[in-house]
Design a binder for this molecule. Structure first.
Ligand SMILES: [Zn+2]
Ligand SMILES: [Zn+2]
Length: 271
């Protein structure tokens, strides 16, 4: 089966390369019957988006929804950011929620960017202890459901983004998995879908998607539902990394994934 849907898509309204309309065109060219946009919400601690840009993004996606209604179903989503404090409870077809910054002593530290930013964060805020950084990330993730009602957990395990470039902590350790599982158990049942996110894989930071296989196996054991998402910042990467992601999902025991249709989320076989 060819996977022809992506719900985690960024545009030039935040940090993506292409306009929403260019992406719709690219999705159509690949035979998509739906495409979902998930622009980054504006926050006080990041310049990726602004309240004005969020509004303009919403207007443009709504315009495209109408303009292309006979050719493709366009969903207006948003990527909510822990600590942004913006009400996203209405006005969106779905909400992806994730953590892009850690809050330490009242200050926000984005950790999703370049390796040198993360190294500085680990050195200065965690005394060089990478595992303390991991624990802070997962303690933050665990609190995500308290922030609102969301549909999809964004890139659970994205704390491993730089680990193949620099071993900031040991991914084989029990400590790391214990932290991940504790967060997973806190979120399970409160947010219905988790992403298998190929963003870092597609951009060459990682050789595997998030989350790691042992976490996927625990998700399967808990009966949690997955969606495939490329976290595309480039309209030519809408399904980048989906093949290895499907292989990993199957290895974890999954035989289905979910897609969004006009009527809601629907299971499709993982082939
Ligand atoms: Zn994200
Ligand atoms: Zn994203």
């Amino acid at each position: 089966m060819k996977y022809t849907q992506n719900l985690h898509t960024h545009t030039s309204f935040c940090d993506g390369k292409h306009t929403p309309e260019e992406i719709v065109q690219k999705a159509l060219a690949q035979g998509f019957t739906e495409i979902g946009f998930s622009g980054h919400i504006h926050t006080t601690y990041s310049k990726v988006c602004s309240a004005e840009k969020t509004e303009a993004y919403r207007r443009e996606v709504r315009r495209l929804k109408e303009a292309y209604r006979d050719r493709i179903d366009i969903f207006l989503g948003i990527e909510y950011d822990m600590y942004c404090g913006v009400d996203v409870s209405s006005g969106y077809d779905y909400v992806i929620a994730g953590v892009h910054a850690l809050k330490i002593d009242g200050k926000y530290y984005p950790f999703h960017r370049a390796l040198d930013v993360v190294e500085k964060l680990v050195d200065e805020q965690f005394g060089g202890d990478g595992m303390a950084y991991v624990k802070c990330y997962y303690e933050t993730m665990a609190k995500l459901p308290e922030e609102g009602k969301f549909d999809i957990v964004a890139h659970f395990d994205s704390v491993t983004r730089h680990v193949e470039m620099k071993p900031l902590f040991d991914m084989e350790s029990k400590e790391y998995l214990d932290a991940a599982f504790t967060a997973l158990h806190a979120i399970a049942g409160k947010i219905p879908f988790f992403e298998v996110n190929t963003g870092a894989l597609a951009r060459g930071f990682r050789t595997a998607p998030y989350p790691a296989l042992p976490i996927l196996k625990e998700m399967k054991r808990l009966g949690l539902n997955l969606i495939l998402a490329s976290d595309a910042h480039d309209g030519d990467a809408l399904t980048a990394g989906f093949d290895p992601a499907v292989a990993l999902m199957r290895e974890a025991g999954y035989r289905e994934t979910y897609v969004l249709k006009k009527s809601g989320f629907e299971a499709v076989p993982l082939e």
